[in-house]
Design a protein around this ligand. Structure first.
Ligand SMILES: NC(=O)c1ccc[n+]([C@@H]2O[C@H](COP(=O)([O-])OP(=O)(O)OC[C@H]3O[C@@H](n4cnc5c(N)ncnc54)[C@H](O)[C@@H]3O)[C@@H](O)[C@H]2O)c1
Length: 415
């Protein structure tokens, strides 16, 4: 197998968790270069790379030099949010695949620039949206494509994660600063990416409009005050709700909440005419499979009771082929999702193929952040999504067959 030379720009905690998967992938990937502004982060990653018995990479403080390094075929970009798109554009211009970490866009214009860079160079930019390779997300894709939910009508998703301690633990981290100064869905893609794939966004469907509303903001400020930081103002509403309408008539409810106490959830729900999956209920109901009882109430009127089946009772039959292969060997962080995502990216680079999450996906998913901010600022006004495909979504060529495909499922290609 030809080894893909990978450079990593941005050596924060996320680079460390990526490395926790990359160290198991040395047959197909070599980390040839690393880059950060901060010398201490370079030193830490160098140490971890050497401890993992990987070859010493080239080291840079200036990302332009890393991108130009001939030992680098593709670039992973786990920098903080505002630099992903600018760095990715430069990678494409130099003919190198870009794998950007998750986050949202600051403006619609920077997304158009990325789309034009990918179109003019023919080089792919993938968002490393690991949740697209989550076991349940892929099983729901499989079940949706097999028609178990019937015609899809409505989906829900989001990012609900108590990160309020960022306010006092990491007040200077870029993510904390975004929460101080912005107000919108700052982190849409963990929930929305898998749902967009299930709804065939950019291949026969697209996001049409969005309307967003934010609650008042209390969580971060309370956490900061409780830890002696005085009165700090945070703009980000504790809960931001967005409703997206799709060209094929489906609705999506998207939630973002990172400053109130609660267990973690991506609150996914996929509802079709025959049934649904609801992450928080840990359940699936499918007409004809799950239990439905007809009962009579005390007034003698008939009513129907639908009963959840546990999600794990569907694994044996409906696990996505990727998970049928990997379920017994979960490698790396995030339950193996990172390893699968990096494998998908590396295969596309090695074979010079389009990535399973492409530039149109990146643009549509990341635009939610910029659009939701505008909608919140305008009191929930409904805003149109740009069509980043320039009409190609109506009749795009089908996705190239691949074991890692996220639009269709190619069982016979699982190796
Ligand atoms: N997919 C996941 O499950 C997951 C999990 C955690 C974080 N993330 C994402 O990973 C990214 C990084 O997260 P983090 O917590 O490590 O962020 P961080 O802000 O702590 O670290 C970013 C690092 O990038 C460096 N950097 C920023 N701009 C740079 C530039 N232009 N040139 C060189 N170095 C630069 C910074 O110095 C810092 O060391 C974010 O986009 C985050 O949303 C994804």
């Amino acid at each position: 197998m030809k080894k893909v030379g990978v450079g990593i720009i941005g050596l924060g905690p996320r680079a460390e968790t990526l490395l926790a998967s990359l160290k198991f992938m040395t047959e197909g990937i070599a980390v040839t270069a690393i880059c950060d502004f901060k010398e201490e982060r370079i030193a830490l990653l160098r140490k971890k790379i050497l401890e993992a018995k990987m070859d010493a990479p080239h080291e840079y403080r200036d990302y332009h030099r890393l991108i130009a390094d001939p030992a680098v075929d593709a670039v992973l970009i786990p920098t903080s949010w505002n630099s992903h798109l600018l760095i990715a554009q430069e990678c494409l211009a130099q003919g190198k695949y870009a794998g950007i970490e998750v986050g949202g866009a600051a403006s619609i214009d920077e997304l158009w620039q990325l789309v034009r860079a990918a179109e003019s160079t023919g080089v792919s930019c993938m968002m490393l949206e690991n949740c697209c390779y989550g076991r349940n997300e892929l099983m729901m894709l499989n079940m949706a494509r097999k028609g178990l939910f019937g015609e899809l009508i409505h989906c829900e998703c989001g990012y609900l994660h108590d990160l309020s301690d960022m306010a006092w633990r990491e007040p200077d981290k870029e993510r904390t600063i975004h929460n101080r100064f912005r107000n919108g869905d700052l982190y849409p893609t963990h929930g929305l990416g898998p749902i967009a794939k299930i709804l065939r966004i950019n291949r026969g469907n697209r996001f049409l409009t969005i309307s967003s509303t934010a609650s008042k903001a209390r969580g971060f400020a309370a956490a900061a005050k409780a830890h002696g930081m005085g009165d700090v103002t945070y703009n980000e509403g504790d809960i931001v709700l967005s409703v997206i309408r799709c060209a094929n008539g489906e609705t999506i409810l998207l939630r973002h909440g990172v400053s109130l106490p609660r267990p973690y959830s991506r609150c996914q729900l996929v509802q079709g005419t025959r049934g649904l999956w609801e992450e928080d209920a840990k359940g699936i109901f499918i007409e004809g499979i799950s239990k439905t009882e007809e009962r009579i109430d005390s007034a003698g009127n008939p009513y129907t009771v639908h009963t959840w089946d546990p999600v794990d009772s569907f694994y044996e039959k409906y696990d996505h082929p990727i998970w049928k292969k990997y379920r017994d060997k979960q490698i790396g962080e995030h339950g193996g999702m990172d390893y699968l995502t990096l494998s998908a990216f590396a295969e596309a680079v090695r074979e010079h193929k389009p990535t399973p999450i492409d530039v149109y996906d990146v643009a549509a998913w990341m635009s939610v952040t910029a659009l939701s901010e505008q909608s919140v600022a305008l009191g929930g006004q409904v805003l149109p999504f740009p069509d980043f495909t320039d009409g190609k979504w109506i009749a795009r060529k089908p996705e190239e067959p691949s074991a890692w495909a996220l639009d269709e499922i190619f069982e016979d290609l699982q190796r």
